[in-house]
Design a binder for this molecule. Structure first.
Ligand SMILES: *Cc1c(COP(=O)(O)O)cnc(C)c1O
Length: 363
């Protein structure tokens, strides 16, 4: 049997010594929530993201929810979002008290379809929330035009797209704000949960800083009913140790994607097009109507695959009643999509094993 290829490798590698030093530094400091590590990480992450402001929060989901709350979007309001994403994109809208409205995805780009999104606008719509899915930027030029035509907020779910650019512009800075996640599998992952909001808007950043900390204006003075959602000092220090590696890791992801694209895919498998060179390849999905057979064949060759995502979000029991949707493209993609291993630590031998596994797949 060839070299086994797990779907992911989350243990620190080349960054392990820096991560350990960061953990030791926080332990020695005796200060664990809202301190110098978070402040420094916010400045460093803002710079890396080409954004004037970054605010560290508890999770990527909270980052989205707090953006919506800071925009005064809540009960009675609608937010247009894609049916193909991590369910947390839409759950964040519900946590803000608003209703997610699903518009179908573009069949090639696999991100929210601008025309479908515009058609879903009602008098209750307050925001459009595209997701830069798999690391590929959504069609932001189209969404900017729609948002300005209909006076809607444009909020970016950039959880899978750290350092990605859309037409050369940093994702998360194109709309009013962007949310990202430091869940361990993300391109920049913590050793636990974490998230951040990036924005060009100083007032919005200040409101989110207040909302993440109980709505306090000063200690024990709560102006509004905020959340308790802080990026802790330990995770911030770990992320500071890892952030300097992110550009190199992103280059490696792109190189792996290039090798997958160059390899001969079996006739029954389609590789989605790259629409923007700013793609950061959080995942590498392919599509095949023979998904079960393809996954079984990969597994037999030691290559682990996963499905992102098996169920369109509006088909989830948690949302089916309140946010029903017609989304035939997402329905088909969810039935056919399968992700190949994609992470910077993939060795040449492992890459070889993956390309050999799919080139030997026969329908
Ligand atoms: C991971 C992810 C989220 C949620 O982030 P958490 O940190 O897990 O809350 C939201 N949207 C997308 C697209 C994601 O990939």
């Amino acid at each position: 049997m060839s070299t086994p290829v797990p779907f992911n490798a989350l243990r620190p590698g080349e960054d392990a010594a820096a991560v350990r030093a960061a953990i030791d530094r926080v332990i020695a400091s005796g200060w664990f929530v809202l301190g110098p590590e978070v402040e420094a990480f916010e400045a460093e992450f803002a710079a890396a993201s080409q954004s004037p402001f970054a605010v560290g929060v508890g999770t990527g989901t909270d980052a989205l929810t707090l953006i919506l709350r800071a925009l005064d979007i809540g009960p009675g309001d609608e937010v247009i979002t894609p049916p193909l994403s991590a369910a947390y994109s839409a759950l964040a809208v519900m946590m803000a008290g608003a209703r997610p409205v699903f518009a179908d995805i573009d069949p090639e780009r696999l991100t929210l379809d601008p025309r479908a999104a515009e058609a879903a606008i009602t008098s209750r719509t307050k925001a459009i929330m595209p997701v830069h899915l798999y690391g590929q930027p959504a069609d932001m030029r189209a969404f900017e035009a729609i948002a300005s035509r209909h006076h809607l907020a444009l909020v970016e779910d950039a959880a899978q797209a750290q350092l990605a650019t859309s037409d050369g512009r940093a994702v998360g800075t194109i709309g009013i704000a962007g949310a990202t996640s430091f869940y361990p599998t993300k391109n920049l992952g913590a050793l636990g949960d974490g998230g951040a909001v990036i924005t060009r808007d100083a007032q919005l950043a200040a409101r989110i800083k207040r909302l993440r900390n109980g709505g306090q204006t000063s200690r024990y003075h709560h102006l509004e009913a905020g959340a308790n959602s802080r990026l802790d000092e330990m995770q911030a220090a770990i992320l500071r140790a890892r952030l300097p590696h992110l550009a190199g890791w992103t280059a490696r992801r792109r190189a792996i994607a290039g090798q997958y694209r160059a390899a001969a895919m079996p006739a029954a498998v389609t590789v989605p097009r790259e629409f923007d060179a700013g793609h950061v390849y959080h995942l590498f999905p392919v599509l095949t109507p023979q998904r079960d057979a393809f996954q079984a064949h990969c597994a037999a060759n030691g290559v682990e695959t996963l499905i992102h995502y098996p169920v369109p979000i509006p088909r989830q029991p948690a949302l089916a009643a309140t946010s029903p949707a017609m989304c035939p493209v997402a329905d088909r993609v969810c039935a056919e999509v399968v992700s190949l291993p994609m992470y910077p630590a993939l060795s040449a031998a492992q890459l070889d094993a993956v390309t050999r596994a799919f080139s030997s797949f026969e329908r």
